[in-house]
Ligand binder design. Structure first.
Ligand SMILES: Nc1ncnc2c1ncn2[C@@H]1O[C@H](COP(=O)(O)OP(=O)(O)OP(=O)(O)O)[C@@H](O)[C@H]1O
Ligand SMILES: [Mg+2]
Length: 262
């Protein structure tokens, strides 16, 4: 694996200084193997997220990003590997236990309940962690995403694709997870809206919510992230501080192929 911020640290403190990672370890995924039918598509992926950290996983279409995230969240079966979260072992956990432990994933493709109103969709987000909807948290979401406030009593089916995506993010945020996992929240959104969503989640991150993001908007994602991993055909091929990744050859080779010069 290509270490983009190379270091041979003598101690944990040196390691933290060299890698820029802060906070206690929150999620550790080790040697994750996932597949569909006869095909194995994730071949031993490992990555960490520390408490309060913003981590991004970058890679081309079909690299295995969604598959990895869904296996971590127990939405797909694991063929191998280990998932440790907040000091517990979630390797064999079912989705409700994963959510109960504070790991909430917003799925790719703005999945919301079309027949329910915007507010009802958000309320479901509050139930997932056993905290029935209180107004304060709803109002917080409306402040972060005013377009949802304007349409709070309308059925979600009447939102645009981009607004549904924002609603899906809002329903994840309102659960107040320790780790919010976002799988391509930018899909179908205008650049300014993407920036606003990432600004909103960054603000939550500064308040202590860890973020694990998969994103095709590479430049934008790296602007907000602390740490990044590069994935190529089901393997992690690089990691480092977001700033170092941004200027790395490894990033270019993942997106443009090994012999890219531009
Ligand atoms: N339900 C499925 N059945 C069979 N193969 C699948 C299924 N979902 C994904 N795959 C395959 O697994 C591999 C990884 O897919 P995955 O969806 O994890 O990629 P990704 O990195 O999230 O890509 P994208 O950026 O396009 O969302 C791809 O080769 C894909 O064709
Ligand atoms: Mg995907």
């Amino acid at each position: 694996m290509h270490d983009i911020a190379p270091s041979t640290p003598a101690s944990a403190a040196d390691h933290a200084a060299a890698t820029g990672r802060r906070g206690e370890l929150l999620l550790r995924v080790s040697d994750l193997v996932v597949g569909y039918g006869k095909a194995e598509v994730v071949h031993g992926v490992s990555f960490d997220v520390h408490a309060g950290e913003f981590v991004v996983i970058l890679g081309r279409n079909g690299a295995g990003k969604s598959t990895s995230l869904q296996a971590v969240s127990a939405l797909l079966p694991k063929r191998g590997g280990k998932v440790e979260f907040a000091g517990g072992d979630l390797t064999q956990a079912k989705p409700p236990q994963v959510v109960g432990a504070g790991l909430v994933q917003v799925l790719e493709g703005h999945r919301v309940f079309h027949a329910l109103s915007v507010e009802e969709n958000l309320m479901i987000g509050t139930w997932t962690r056993g905290r029935r909807g209180d107004r304060t948290r709803l109002e917080r979401i409306y402040a972060l995403f005013p377009e949802l406030a304007d349409k709070r009593h309308q059925p979600a089916s009447r939102l645009s694709g981009g607004q549904q995506q924002i609603l899906a993010v809002g329903a994840g945020v309102i659960a107040e997870p320790r780790l919010l996992v976002l799988d391509e929240p930018s899909a179908g959104l205008a650049p300014m809206v993407i920036t606003r969503i990432l600004e909103a989640v960054s603000a939550l991150c500064r308040e202590g919510m860890a973020i694990l993001l998969v994103e095709q908007m590479v430049e934008t994602a790296l602007r907000f992230a602390d740490h990044g991993y590069l994935i190529e055909t089901g393997r992690i091929v690089g990691e480092g501080r977001a700033e170092a990744i941004r200027h790395s050859d490894a990033l270019r080779s993942v997106y443009l192929g090994r012999h890219a010069t531009a």
